[in-house]
Design a protein around this ligand. Structure first.
Ligand code: 5GP
Ligand code: ZN
Length: 116
């Protein structure tokens, strides 16, 4: 999957503003933020979408959610709240076919200006 843009970010072949990284995951700022805080959390291993997750990936999926929680705390948006979003496939609006969890916050996301 050398063509995959998020694999390239994971391998640091293209730059991204990383906010968190460990052996399994990397989290970076979305290049087109939909809100004041918009982070993408990805596994370093290529998985195309939620549709491709296996039971053996349960720990990895859990790690992604816990990383989102920790990053939200680091960025001081935990208390007010935020959204976590997985888009899946064409009708779900998924544009990048490498699984990613959106962490979106820093504003009242239920108001009209943030129809997420
Ligand atoms: P999707 O629609 O697939 O759920 O979301 C893909 C997200 O990835 C979009 O919000 C888009 O702005 C972001 N994105 C796509 N390519 C890049 C990139 O090369 N760098 C960064 N930082 N974000 C990207
Ligand atoms: Zn990939």
């Amino acid at each position: 999957m050398t063509e995959c843009i998020f694999c390239k970010i994971a391998k640091k072949e293209i730059p991204a503003e990383t906010v968190f990284e460990n052996d399994e995951l990397v989290a970076f700022k979305d290049r087109n933020p939909l809100a004041p805080v918009h982070i993408l959390i990805i596994p370093k291993r290529h998985i195309a979408s939620i549709n491709d997750l296996m039971m053996a990936d349960a720990g990895l999926a859990g790690q992604m959610i816990l990383a989102a929680k920790n990053i939200a705390k680091d960025l001081s948006i935990s208390e007010k709240g935020y959204k976590l979003l997985f888009r899946v496939g064409e009708w779900g609006g998924q544009e990048v076919p490498h699984i990613h969890l959106h962490l979106i916050g820093g504003a009242r996301l239920y108001e009209d200006i943030y129809p997420l």
